[in-house]
Design a protein around this ligand. Sequence first.
Ligand code: 13P
Ligand code: SF4
Length: 362
Amino acid sequence: MQTAKDKQSIQMSSNVHQTLDRMISKLAGVVPEFELRYKAELAYEINQLKRQRNAIILAHNYMEPALYHSVSDFTGDSLELARISARTEAEIIIFCGVRFMAETAKILNPSRTVLLPAQKAGCSLAASITGDDVRELKKQFPGVPVVSYVNTYADVKAETDICCTSSNAAKVVQYLADQGHERILFLPDEYLARNVAADTGIPIIFPSLPSSGNEVDPKNLERAIIGRHGRCEVHEKFTVEDIENVRRQFPDTVILAHPECNPEVVRASDFSGSTKAMIEYVSANDAPRYLLLTECSMGDNITAENPGKEMLRLCNVRCPHMNLITLQDTLASLKNTQYEITLPSDIIRRARASLDRMLEIS
Ligand code: 13P
Ligand code: SF4
């Protein structure tokens, strides 16, 4: 005779099967089936617990495909996920991304519990600058507005006038220039700053970089973006040679580069934009083959949505921080309410102002 426990286990295994079927229909040919079988059990458990705990899962576009396609309630780039964080009414936000993104969610919606599944999921750009560094720069350039990339920690955002993301960096800088600001501090990504300078036509200077001897003295330059030397450890590795090699082998390839890449790489590409803009570009185009100069996992997520198109990638270059987030950690995060993002209220208040200004402008 079947016991209540037997019935429960049969029901559960049928539910796991439904989860697996959904994952296979999305990811067949992208992720091996044996991997999906194992991950479907985790995904099912996460989805159950998520509902019980009134939690939502936000997943950045770089998340591994099985997680991205099975447990996320919302996916997106930094800007999109910030907007969603600001308006969610769920009690718990699980941020499948890196620390600065989870902090942004906490700043925008401080009464929610925000959890980051892997405590050490950082970012080389966010680690390249502190609130003290910004205070020093403000002393050096008094009255100059500070634009900080969203890839910074809360203490930097608290010292910032307007935040920006890869989707709106040029727009934010142009907004300040239109308001009559001759000089704008743009922190901390050197390559994003150079790409913004190219887009807006505003000259750029780097007082913190060793001089080549040809630079204009910042004091003599009327109009300028003042940059810093932070780099993304992933995007800085892509080169023009990588593009030339791919174009030689597959001449019909459309090349997409994230704006954290070196401006030479961006110039040699066919399109540059945020992770969301890259996804939309592939969906809207008919070309059969693309090279993605960004974190490799995103190629799997795009392939799943665009089965007929081939995504070329340089998968030897990975983001070690984004790759820390797994389904196992996400489950542990929900079970144990870990790792909670906490920030001082004063930092939240000041950082919030810089994010609100960005959201208003964009
Ligand atoms: P997006 O805002 O374009 O998603 O970029 C975030 C990021 O960290 C890219 O490396
Ligand atoms: Fe930071 Fe680069 Fe990783 Fe994005 S890809 S999270 S910028 S280290």
